[in-house]
Design a protein around this ligand. Structure first.
Ligand SMILES: [Fe+2]
Ligand SMILES: [Fe+2]
Length: 175
């Protein structure tokens, strides 16, 4: 699924939940960091936040917490090498802890929001406990869905390009 900026920007209910966070220069800097090869860390975070928010709304969960913690789940600026040099554990274990610290400088986090951020790498590394809340489970699943979608985008675009090249050639042959 292609994630288009106007989808979330035109959703006023959603924007009312996260608008204040998007005024932070520190958060907006995530738009300068490539994430999952094809996107930026900010766009990935908005993708996770918005899809999780829509699911939470449908399931009548705390959609404000999901929208906000979803947006802040990858709020870190370090690269893989810098995190490795910290010697505090794997990238997947460490970056949610950095994200919580950065998020707490920006806004007050509830226990639920903290759990959403800390547990979003559930099942990808040891030491991440079971998500305590349904909201945390939604965000960790959506994060994985978005990551797969983002990583596979260049491959899907290449296949699409090849298919249209071949269909053009076939059209020429049969003309
Ligand atoms: Fe993450
Ligand atoms: Fe993520």
């Amino acid at each position: 699924m292609e994630f288009v900026r106007s989808i979330w920007e035109n959703d006023q209910d959603y924007m009312a939940h996260i608008g204040d966070l998007l005024e932070s220069e520190e958060l907006l800097k995530l738009d300068d960091i490539t994430h999952h090869h094809y996107t930026t860390r900010l766009i990935h975070s908005l993708f996770v936040s918005y899809v999780s928010y829509k699911i939470a709304k449908r399931l009548k969960l705390n959609c404000r917490a999901v929208a906000r913690a979803g947006l802040l789940h990858d709020f870190f600026h370090e690269g893989r090498e810098e995190i490795a040099m910290m010697k505090q554990g794997s990238h997947n274990f460490v970056h949610p802890h950095i994200a919580v610290k950065n998020a707490q400088r920006l806004t007050e986090l509830s226990e639920l929001e903290k759990d959403i951020i800390l547990k979003h790498m559930f099942m990808t590394t040891t030491g991440v406990g079971l998500p305590k809340y349904k909201e945390s489970m939604v965000v960790t699943c959506v994060d994985k869905y978005c990551a797969i979608s983002e990583v596979s985008t260049p491959v899907r675009l290449k296949v699409k390009e090849k298919l249209s090249e071949w269909s053009m050639k076939l059209r020429v042959v049969h003309a």
